[in-house]
Ligand binder design. Structure first.
Ligand code: GAL
Length: 707
C-alpha cells in the first residue's frame, strides 16, 4: 500500500458524507472563513495606499534602466500607487541553482519607493528557469495521454513534484528574507494564475498524490467503491495502487472518479499556494498575501476553497470583446470575485486597457470603455484596479497586448484615459474599504459545474455558466444587486436565492436549501438542478428527489431538444400571466404534486405539461423552472418572484448602472455607468437631484451633503 507525504488539505470538507445524514439533524450551514488577521492586513494596505490601488504588472527586466526612470515619472503622472513586480523573474533572480542576483531588484524597489509607488512583490514560481527543467525533467506536468509538457513557455510545473516544491521554497525564502522589510513592499503576489495553462498533471508524482488524497477522503476502499459506484462496468478496486487518474482510456472513465480528480487537481495547486504563503507569512506577518484568480473563465480551481486561504480575493478579468453585452459578463465576474472574498474589499489584479493578444481577433476597447469596465469593478467592491501591463513589451509572445503605456507612448488616447481614470480613483479614496452585500444570491458551486460538464449527460447544450449568465442578466437589467453563494452557506440573510444551475447538491446543500425555504426563504430552481449527490449519484425517488417536495413537483423525465429546436411556453397564472416565449435546449416532463402551475408548454415534447411551477413550503416559496429561458423571457417569472420576495425595482434608465458604495467614514457614493449611446439622467435612490451622464460616460459621485 502506497502512503505518500501528500497533505490532503482536508478533502473531507468537500466530500458528500458517505451515506445520508439524518433528516432530523441537518448539518449547520458552512461558514465563510479567511486567514486570521486577513481583514486587518487588507485594511492596513488600503490605508497605506491612501485609498484604491491603481497600477499594473510591471516587467522592468525587459527594459534598460533609463526606461525605469521614465516609467516612474509616467506612473506618477497616471496616479499609479501599486505595481506587481517579479512575476516572471525567476531566471533573473536565481540564474543558477542557489545563486541569487538581487542587485537589479534592490535598485528597482528603491526607485519605486523614492517615488511613492508601492510594490506587490511576486514569487516567480509560475516559470522555473530552464536549468530547473534540465536537471528535473520529471517535474514537468504530464497530459492525460501521458505526454510530458515541454518547457519554453510558462506555467508547466507539476504541482505534485517534490523537486518543484523544494525549488519554490528556496526562492520564496530568499525573497521573503530579503524584501519583507523593504519599505516599498506592500503585498505579496504568490505565483501567477494557478492552473493556467496546465490545470491537471497526470505524472507519476500526481498519481501517487491522488491515491493519498483519496485515502484521506474515504478512509477505506469499501467507502471509495461505494461512493464511486464501481460495481458499474466492473471497476471494483481491491488495492489503492490499482487506482489511476482519468488517463486516456477506451471510453468514458468513471464520472465519480473524474469528479474527485478535479477536486484533487484544484487541491494540489492550492497546496502549492499554501506552501509559499506560509513561508512568506514567517517573514511578513502584517502584509496581505494573495494570488490572482481567474474567476471569470477558469473553472478548474474550486475558488470557494481558495477564497478562504488568501488574504484578499482577486480577479484577472479579460473582456469578451465580441459579446455585445460583455459588460454584463464583466459585472457577473466582479460580483463572483467579491463573493469569493465574503463581500470584503477585493482587488482586480489584471485587466486590459484595450485589446489583448491571444484571441483570434483582438478587438480594441472603444473610447471610455476602459473606464466603464474599471468602474463597474470598483462599484462592485474592488479596492484595486490594476492592469496587465504597465508598458507594452517590444518582444515576446505578448508584444501586441495593450498596456497603460502603449507602444504609441504618452501622447496617446490610451495613456490619456489611464491618467483620467487614475485621477477619478484617487478622488474616491474615501469610498475604499467598504463591504458590499446584496439581498439576492445566486448559487455557484465549482463541484456542480465540474459534474454537470462531465461527458455523457442529457445534452451538451445546457451550460453551467450560460444558464447562470441568463438569470444574472435578467437581474442586471432589473438593477438588482447580486451576491454569489455556495449552496452550503448560510443563506438566511438573503430575501431571494436563485439556483439556475445546481445539478449537484450534496446532502448538506439540499438540507440547507430546504431549511432556507422552510424558514421563509424564496428559492428559484432551474432545470437539471438537484439531480445528483456529491458523488454524482442520482438519488432514489425521482430525478429531482433532493428538492421535489420543496418545489411541489417531480421530474419524471428530461426531454432535451434537438439542436436549434425550441418549445413554446405560455404563462397561465401569477404576475406574468398572458406572456408567451420560445424555450430552447430543454423541457422537463413534470408531475405536479403540491405546486401551482404558472406556465405550460404549448408544443414540443410535452405539450400541455407544466413548464414553471410555484410551491409554498413551510414559511417560504419555491419555484421550479423546467425550461431554459432567455433573459427577456425570464421577466414574467421574475416579476412574480420579486413581488413574493418584496423586492421593488428602482426606476433607473435601461442600460445605466447605479452602484452604491458606502465609505468607511459613512460617506455615500454612487458609481454611475451609462452603457448606452444616448445621454442619460439618473437619480440614485435617496439622492436629492439627478445626475446627467453623456453617452458612454461613467463616474464616481459622492452624495451631496443633506441640506
Ligand atoms: C493573464 C496573465 C498575464 C498576461 C495576461 C495577458 O492571464 O496573468 O501574465 O499573460 O493574461 O492577457
Amino acid at each position: 500500500m502506497a502512503v505518500s507525504s501528500f497533505n490532503p488539505l482536508d478533502p473531507s470538507a468537500t466530500a458528500a458524507a458517505p451515506g445520508s445524514p439524518s433528516p432530523d439533524s441537518p448539518p449547520a450551514p458552512r461558514q465563510r472563513t479567511c486567514p486570521d488577521g486577513a481583514r486587518e492586513r487588507v485594511s492596513a494596505l488600503i490605508k497605506r495606499l491612501g485609498g484604491v490601488a491603481y497600477g499594473a504588472d510591471y516587467n522592468p527586466e525587459q527594459w534598460p534602466r533609463e526606461v525605469w526612470r521614465e516609467d516612474v515619472a509616467l506612473m506618477r503622472e497616471a496616479g499609479v500607487n501599486l505595481v506587481s513586480v517579479g512575476i516572471f523573474s525567476w531566471a533573473r533572480l536565481e540564474p543558477s541553482p542557489g545563486v541569487f542576483d538581487f542587485e537589479w531588484l534592490d535598485e528597482l524597489l528603491d526607485l519605486l519607493h523614492e517615488n511613492g509607488i508601492s510594490v506587490d512583490l511576486a514569487t516567480p514560481t509560475v516559470v522555473p528557469p530552464a536549468w530547473f527543467y534540465r536537471a528535473n525533467p520529471q517535474a514537468r506536468a504530464v497530459l492525460a495521454d501521458g505526454t510530458p509538457v515541454s518547457h519554453g513557455s510558462r506555467g508547466i510545473p507539476c504541482p505534485s513534484s517534490p523537486e518543484y516544491r523544494e525549488a519554490t521554497a528556496r526562492i520564496t525564502h530568499a525573497l521573503g528574507e530579503r524584501y519583507s522589510a523593504h519599505p516599498a513592499v506592500a503585498m505579496w503576489h504568490v505565483h501567477n494564475e494557478y492552473g493556467a495553462p496546465i490545470t491537471e498533471s497526470f505524472s507519476d508524482y500526481a498519481q501517487a498524490d491522488f491515491r493519498s488524497w483519496l485515502q484521506a477522503r474515504y478512509g477505506t476502499l469499501e467507502a471509495l467503491n461505494t461512493a464511486w459506484g464501481t460495481t458499474f462496468w466492473g471497476q471494483i478496486y481491491g488495492d489503492w495502487e490499482e487506482i489511476i487518474p482519468p488517463l486516456v482510456t477506451g471510453t468514458e472513465p468513471n464520472p465519480a472518479l473524474q469528479l474527485d480528480w478535479k477536486r484533487f487537481s484544484s487541491d494540489a495547486q492550492l497546496r502549492c499556494f499554501i506552501h509559499e504563503r506560509d513561508i512568506l507569512r514567517e517573514y511578513s506577518p502584517n502584509l496581505p498575501i494573495t494570488t490572482n484568480f481567474m474567476a471569470h473563465n477558469c473553472d478548474t480551481s474550486d475558488l470557494w476553497r481558495w477564497g478562504r486561504e488568501v488574504d484578499v480575493s482577486t480577479n484577472d478579468h479579460y473582456l469578451l470583446p465580441e459579446d455585445p453585452s460583455r459588460h454584463i459578463e464583466l459585472a457577473m465576474a466582479a460580483d463572483l470575485t467579491r463573493s469569493l472574498g465574503d463581500g470584503g474589499p477585493w482587488i482586480l489584479l489584471e485587466h486590459s486597457t484595450s485589446g489583448v493578444n491571444w484571441r483570434p481577433r483582438n478587438v480594441a476597447k472603444t473610447p471610455g470603455e476602459m473606464a466603464r469596465n474599471s468602474l463597474s469593478h470598483f462599484g462592485r467592491g474592488a479596492d484595486g484596479i490594476m492592469f496587465f501591463q504597465w508598458r507594452a513589451s517590444c518582444f515576446g509572445a505578448e508584444k501586441f497586448h495593450s498596456a497603460m503605456v502603449p507602444h504609441a507612448g504618452r501622447d496617446s488616447r490610451v495613456f490619456r484615459e489611464v491618467c483620467a481614470l487614475g485621477s477619478a480613483l484617487s478622488g474616491a479614496a474615501d469610498a475604499a474599504g467598504s463591504r458590499v452585500r446584496n439581498r439576492v444570491a445566486i448559487l455557484w458551486d465549482y463541484e456542480s459545474l465540474w459534474a454537470q460538464h462531465l461527458p455523457w449527460r442529457p445534452t451538451v447544450d445546457l451550460g453551467f455558466r450560460e444558464q447562470i449568465r441568463a438569470w444574472y442578466e435578467r437581474l442586471w437589467r432589473d438593477h438588482v444587486g447580486v451576491d454569489f453563494a455556495h449552496p452550503e452557506f448560510d443563506l438566511s440573510g438573503y430575501d431571494l436565492v436563485l439556483a439556475p444551475s445546481s445539478y449537484l447538491l450534496t446532502d448538506a446543500a439540499a438540507a440547507n436549501l430546504r431549511a432556507y425555504v422552510e424558514g421563509g426563504g424564496k428559492l428559484v430552481v432551474g432545470p437539471f438542478c438537484g439531480i445528483v449527490d456529491g458523488n454524482d449519484t442520482v438519488r432514489p425517488g425521482g430525478l429531482n428527489a433532493a428538492l421535489a417536495d420543496v418545489c411541489g413537483v417531480s421530474v419524471e423525465e428530461f426531454c432535451p431538444l434537438p439542436e436549434g429546436a425550441d418549445a413554446g411556453i405560455s404563462w397561465t397564472a401569477g404576475v406574468g400571466a398572458g406572456a408567451a416565449a420560445r424555450a430552447p435546449i430543454w423541457c422537463d416532463d413534470l408531475r405536479v404534486t403540491t405546486g401551482e402551475v404558472l406556465a405550460e408548454f404549448m408544443d414540443g415534447p410535452v405539450p400541455g405539461g407544466a413548464a414553471v411551477v410555484r410551491n409554498s413550503f413551510g414559511a417560504g416559496t419555491a419555484w421550479h423552472v423546467g425550461c431554459v429561458l432567455a433573459p427577456a423571457d425570464l421577466a414574467p417569472l421574475m416579476a412574480d418572484v420579486y413581488a413574493e420576495a418584496g423586492i421593488v425595482l428602482p426606476d433607473y434608465p435601461e442600460g445605466v448602472e447605479v452602484l452604491p458604495r458606502l465609505g468607511q467614514d459613512g460617506s455615500e457614493w454612487a458609481v454611475l455607468i451609462n452603457h448606452t449611446p444616448k445621454e442619460a439622467e439618473v437619480t440614485p435612490a435617496g439622492w436629492p437631484d439627478p445626475v446627467r451622464l453623456a453617452a458612454g460616460a461613467s463616474g464616481i459621485f459622492r452624495r451631496p451633503e443633506r441640506a
